[in-house]
Ligand binder design. Structure first.
Ligand code: MN
Length: 502
């Protein structure tokens, strides 16, 4: 994946001097053992570093400020092996700007029933030490994930793993740049938003560029480069005969290659992690970019169509979260429905731009008439997507704040679609079609989403917690009446919690 860093997680253990040097050495050694086990766990995508045993307010404050300034630190795991009076933590936690996970674990798994004495009790105190920590976190209204259980428990490591993926995506957003070619598609509301508020809240910058600058980059691509890439297409995809070398429309494929190469040069040169296009502004381009965005997404770029910069940033974050897991992530749009009395389905697609990381098999590279946009026919990859658990996520701007929505879905097999000239996915919604669509609409979810087989609702919930924004999960167990109540309560909470900072 392009531009993907491998940051570390700092494992930090809290205690106090009351226990004396002997027990503290033992506490430090235990913390190193746990951090080492987490570092070695194949379930955890980021390396855990045993960072410190902290016993004074100054040490805690210094460590928190060190974490803030260390680019390689994506977050902290805090654990109170013994009792660590929490007033000691106030100054440090007030300064801390990195995400943290509170791991409520105990070094010893089992009680030694026959031999337990006060020495054991002194060394295995997180049952109350972590409650003291939790109080100050709650008292300070700090957003964090709490994971409970023995550190060797695979389920505990799964919870930590999901958070690490969210923390990695959060770190990836800090200082990230997204490129918006042109502006919004005229009069569309949900793709708009406050880019200043987003930069303050999320740490990434979105800036506009004239599509003429892209046209210049496309024009600078050499014939040899375009031919070489078109040759690569013929090896990787089932290229339609008319587009192949010697075919009557090969020139369109060469132009598609030029468009991809121009995009690559522009995005690489600007250090961008994602981009948007809009078919209402293609000045100087002969085709609407289809194949290019598809292949760039597969390399890890975020993408949003019609100027949708929030979805471009979200798709990038989801690609970072899911990196290394089976199943891909794509830009997606709820396009059309199948509404028989039983088994309502959504067909998701877009005009062109679906990422081949979600393809079932080798995509075919085709050319078809573009029914809107008024440009030459664009080349595109066409494919089906596999059945299985997946989700759609949408980031919307509610004016004073942002909301992240998630709908868990089940992608399903479907009849052949021989006349449909675009990549597609078909899914059932959870908890059911009618509830899910009503909930999505009541919550203001967009028609554009990040669609993923690898990212889970837990990762997105952890991500929203780190970002300190509302997460609306639409899945099993959700009812419309409780969801409406949550939306009303959250409106009040997030407005009051953020105040004038939004
Ligand atoms: Mn669209």
């Amino acid at each position: 994946m392009i531009n993907l860093a491998a940051p570390e997680i700092w494992f930090v253990c809290g205690s106090q001097h009351l226990y004396g040097p002997g027990p503290l050495q033992r506490v430090a050694a235990d913390a190193r053992d746990i951090a080492g086990a987490l570092a070695d766990s194949p379930k955890l995508p980021l390396k855990t570093i045993s960072k410190a045993l902290l016993t004074t307010p100054d040490e805690i404050a210094t460590l928190c400020m060190e974490a803030n300034s260390d680019e390689n630190c994506a977050g902290l795991i805090l654990w109170m092996h013994t009792f660590s009076p929490s007033k000691m933590w106030i100054r440090g936690l007030n300064a801390l700007r990195k995400p943290f996970l509170h791991l409520h674990t105990q070094f010893n798994r089992d009680l030694p029933w026959a031999t337990i004495d006060m020495d054991f009790m002194n060394l295995n105190q997180s049952a109350h030490g972590d409650r003291e920590a939790g109080f100050i976190h709650s008292r300070m209204r700090l957003s964090r994930k709490v994971v409970v259980g023995h550190w060797s428990d695979p389920e505990v490591q799964d919870r930590i793993g999901a958070w690490m993926r969210a923390a990695r995506a959060w770190r990836d957003w800090q200082g990230a740049r997204f490129c918006r070619f042109g502006d919004n598609m005229r009069q569309v509301a949900v793709t708009e938003g406050d880019k200043v508020a987003a930069e303050m809240k999320f740490g990434f910058a979105t800036n506009g560029f004239g599509v003429g600058e892209l046209a210049t980059a496309v024009g600078a691509v050499s014939d040899a480069e375009a031919k070489a890439l078109a040759g690569e297409y013929e090896e990787r995809y089932d290229v339609a005969p008319e587009l192949r070398k010697g075919g009557e429309r090969h020139e369109s494929l060469l132009y598609g290659a030029r468009l991809e190469l121009g995009l690559r040069v522009f995005l690489h040169g600007g250090g961008f992690k994602g981009f948007t296009t809009t078919f209402e502004d293609l000045h100087g381009l002969r085709q609407l970019p289809g194949l290019g965005p598809q292949r760039l997404m597969a390399d890890g770029y975020g993408f949003g169509a019609e100027g949708d910069w929030k979805t471009a940033a979200l798709v990038r974050a989801m690609k970072v979260m899911g990196d290394g897991l089976p199943g891909g992530t794509s830009f997606m749009e709820d396009y059309t429905y199948h509404l028989p009395p039983d088994g309502h389905l959504v067909l998701g697609a877009h005009m062109l731009e679906i990422c081949p990381s979600v393809a079932t098999a080798k995509p075919s590279l085709e050319i078809h008439r573009l029914t809107i946009g008024g440009k030459e026919d664009p080349v595109r990859l066409v494919f089906n997507t596999p059945p299985g658990p997946a989700l759609n996520a949408s980031l919307i701007d509610l004016g004073a704040r942002f909301r992240l929505l998630v709908n868990e879905v089940t992608a399903v097999a479907h009849p052949a679609l021989p006349k449909l000239p675009v990549a597609r996915a078909v899914w059932e919604c959870k908890p059911d079609f009618k509830t899910a669509c009503a909930a999505w609409i009541l919550a203001g979810g967009a028609h554009h989403t990040g669609f993923s087989y690898s990212v889970t609702a837990e990762m997105l919930e952890d991500f929203a917690t780190i970002a300190d924004i509302e997460l609306v999960r639409i899945g099993d167990g959700v009812t419309l009446s409780s969801l409406k109540q949550d939306l009303r309560a959250n409106d009040v909470y997030y407005y009051l919690a953020q105040g004038f900072r939004a």
